[in-house]
Design a protein around this ligand. Structure first.
Ligand code: SF4
Ligand code: SF4
Length: 216
């Protein structure tokens, strides 16, 4: 029938319109801030830096490689890398960012920084109550403000955080096995070298002909 599709479409719209007033799961408006809509795991707004353990300084995963800074389209990440190394959460000496700022007034929440980070060190936050009267300083977040624990990451993105943990654990097993194999190879190589004279025995210099005459 001519116009049947239009009538069906209008019927669907009417059903949705009425349903949005009577069906509890479709009432999308809440009396914010007294009421809050349930959090959705896929929500994202601005990035934060993940740290392992309880120390936000020592446990920071970021090694200041600056890939995110280079790839950020509006260039709102500012990193200064350290000139020394500090042990990370697993005791491995690492370069770290002495400065890591994100200007969230410029950030466009594209998540590219998250996707390019090889160390699972930067993730998207869901915190949205960030209004401030300070347009500049108040929206320039430094390393301390950006650092949040892995537990927090699990709380806001449980599925994604569990996948990341599994991936990191797998990588650690591979890295440990590689280090063990390298150590075993080095030990085998050392064992194959012929025994040398102990360092404390200094060989006597050869006696020259002149010295030999003097002695005679
Ligand atoms: S989310 Fe996008 S714009 Fe924001 S800091 Fe990351 S790369 Fe830059
Ligand atoms: S957050 Fe990731 S990509 Fe950015 S500097 Fe740190 S380790 Fe590198």
């Amino acid at each position: 029938m001519l116009g049947e599709g239009i009538l069906k479409g209008l019927g669907e719209t009417a059903r949705n319109f009425v349903g949005s007033y009577v069906s509890a799961e479709r009432l999308t408006t809440v009396q914010y801030p007294e009421e809050r809509a349930p959090e959705i795991e896929a929500t994202r707004d601005f990035p934060f830096l993940v740290y392992d353990g309880t120390d936000g300084e020592a446990g920071l995963r970021c090694v200041a490689c600056q890939i995110c800074e280079k790839e950020c389209p509006p260039k709102c990440i500012y990193i200064v890398k350290s000139t020394d190394k500090k042990p990370d959460a697993f005791g491995k000496p690492q370069i770290y960012p002495t400065r890591f700022d994100i200007d969230i007034s410029v950030c466009m929440s594209c998540q590219i920084c998250v996707e390019v980070c090889p160390f699972e060190a930067i993730k998207m936050d869901t915190e949205f109550e960030l209004s401030t009267t300070d347009r500049f300083g108040g929206l320039l977040y430094d390393r301390k403000e950006l650092s949040k624990s892995n537990e927090y990451y699990h709380k806001i993105h449980p599925t994604e955080a569990a996948e990341v943990d599994a991936r990191l654990a797998e990588e650690k097993v591979k890295a440990d096995a590689k280090a063990k194999a390298a150590a075993a190879a080095a030990a085998a190589k050392a064992a194959a070298v012929p025994a040398q004279a102990p360092a404390h025995i200094t060989p006597k210099p050869p006696v020259t002909a002149v010295e030999g005459d003097k002695q005679g």
